[in-house]
Each structure stands twice: as structure tokens, then as C-alpha cells.
Design a protein around this ligand. Sequence first.
Ligand SMILES: [Zn+2]
Length: 372
Amino acid sequence: MGSRVIPITLHPAESVILKSIDKLFSASAAANAVLLLLAWAAITLGVVGAVRADEFPPAPAGTFSLVVIPDTQHYKIKKKKVDNDAFESYVRWTVNNLRKQRVAFVSHVGDVVDVNERKQWAFARQTMDLLHGRVPYGISVGNHDMAASGDSSLFQEMFAASRFARFDWYGGYYRNPDGDFAHSGNNANSFQLFTAEGLDFIILHLECNAPDDVLDWADDILERHALRRAIITTHMGLGPRDRPKTPEDFFQSPKGRMTWKKCHGKRGNSPQKMWEKCFRKHANLFLICCGDQSRTQTMRQTARGVQGNFVHEVLSDYGEQGMRVMRFVPARNRIEVRTWNSLTNKFCTSTEFVPRPSEHQFSLLYKMTTSP
Ligand SMILES: [Zn+2]
């Protein structure tokens, strides 16, 4: 309702380069990967030099990164133990690159677990603990992370608000006035504050299909921090606009902001309702990160809030094919989004579902040289 969706605008140079890369796509994937790396080097570093396909160039001074970890629900049983190579790899890579990529924040889009059971949660907690105390982070509770009713007790047990209370970047969480913590309480909806390169940010992590009481809280938090640049991570966002009825619908039906939901029964809000009731009202909001749709994998659109602000909505759900590093370049008013597979140490430039390289490596325009 009322939101105007406009096509994404790339930096002119990057746009031209990516278009030619798309045209060249009939060439080998390896050739494309090299071209893309050269393009990136030319745009961000100002030099075209020897860039290795297996090396993620460091973030230059004056920039910083937001790491987005997509759905990590790909658990396996190895030697009778729960294992998850991709989850561990994404987190370890992040820990090892905190300085090199100037990581300011790590955001998990949810579906941390596949089955809402103690064994997978224990693995998730142990894995996320590698980041704990080393970098600010937040988690959006996905539909797999709670019961369909919205009960997220196990998440709350493993990632309780009390674990974060000592961190100065931890802003707080939604307290259910009914005292019913199982639903929506105790860090299931949280916010964090961080500052990078002199820019102040607030990031909210909202559970999948957050009900009205949670959205009222989010409104209040965003208003109270109106002078900070705002990001929201919430599990469901972009994908098939209407609820798919057949497996083919996941691929073929029209895509956009989803109008259907998975959790919280009648109380739950679809991504479209969350936008209408809360997100579009806030002038400081510029970015919404989501996951959930592994058959869409990557998608983005830019909408306009009611106060005229541009809001980038970005879906990342790559399974074992990659994570996202969003490099903020304030001097150029750009966010360079890179999809990186730490399992193979290569940029993800093409997938079976989404062959176009420019869907995996792209830039977003966002004014950082002026006040929010
Ligand atoms: Zn999901």
C-alpha cells in the first residue's frame, strides 16, 4: 500500500562494468569472477592490480563493514554429533577479519536453527559465542527459531537479554506487558547501538512476523533515536509476494515484499504489514535486511518512506553459498554489498537460481555526507 518501488541505482562506473559482465555471462564463471574482482578494485581502490580471486580486499581507512549472516539452518549429523560447517565458517571468517574488514556490527537474519531443539541451539550458541565480547551483534528470530505460535523460549534461554546487559552497545529489548516471556520477550526483539567513522547507528532485530505490540515498541525506540541512522533486520521480508501454492510458485510467481506470514497466528504481521504499520513511518530508516527465502536467495528493492527517505530492502539467503559483507564508504555515499563464500574462499558471483553476477555483487546509494 502506497509504497513506490524504484529500481536500484548503481554507481555509474560499477553499473557499466556489471552490465558488461552480465553480457559476458555466457563466458566461463571463472572469467566472470576475475572481471568482477577487477571491477571492484577499479571502483573502490582506484587501481586495477593483481587481485586474487581467493582474496577479499581489506576495507580501506574511512570505511567499515556490516556483516550479514544469512539463515544458518543447514545442520548435519557427523559422528552422531550436530555439525554445521557453513555456520561455523561464516562466524570464524568474521572473527578472523574483524580488523581487516573493519567490522562494526554483525547481524544474523534468523533461522539460526533448522529444528527448534536444544541440540541445534547448543551448537548455535557455541558458534555465536566466538563473536561474543569481540564485536557488537544481534539476531532476528526466524520462523524455524520459534514455534508457529510464536513461542521462542529456547532462543531466549540461549540468547537471553541478561547475556548482553554488560555491553554498552546493547540498547535493550521488548518486554511483554503480560509478563509472557515465551512470546516476543527477553531479547526476541532487541536493539543495538553502534558508531562507526563518526556515524551513529541504531539497529533493531525484530522476530519473524512481529505482532502489533512489538511494532509499537519498535516505533517508540526508532522515535527515541531519531538522530541515529536506522537499520532493521527481520527474518521475513522479500520473496514471493503471495503465499506459494506449488513448489514452482517459489521460483515463478511475482516477487516483492511478502504479504503472507508463518508465525504468531492471527497476531502475526506479514512483511508488508510491518512496512505499513511501522517501518515506512521512520525518516531515519535506510536499510532492511532479511533472509528466509532460500529459493529466491538474493533480491533487493528500494522503497520510499512516508517522509521521503529511501529504504533499501535486501534479502540474503545463500545457505552454504555465502554470507554478506556490506562495506560502507561514507565519502562516496555508497554501501558496497559483497557476497563471499568463506567455505571456498571465493566471491559468489553466480548461483544455479540466480546466475546474474550483479545480483550478488552490487552497490547501494546512501547519503552519509549529510545528517540523517
Ligand atoms: Zn525462515
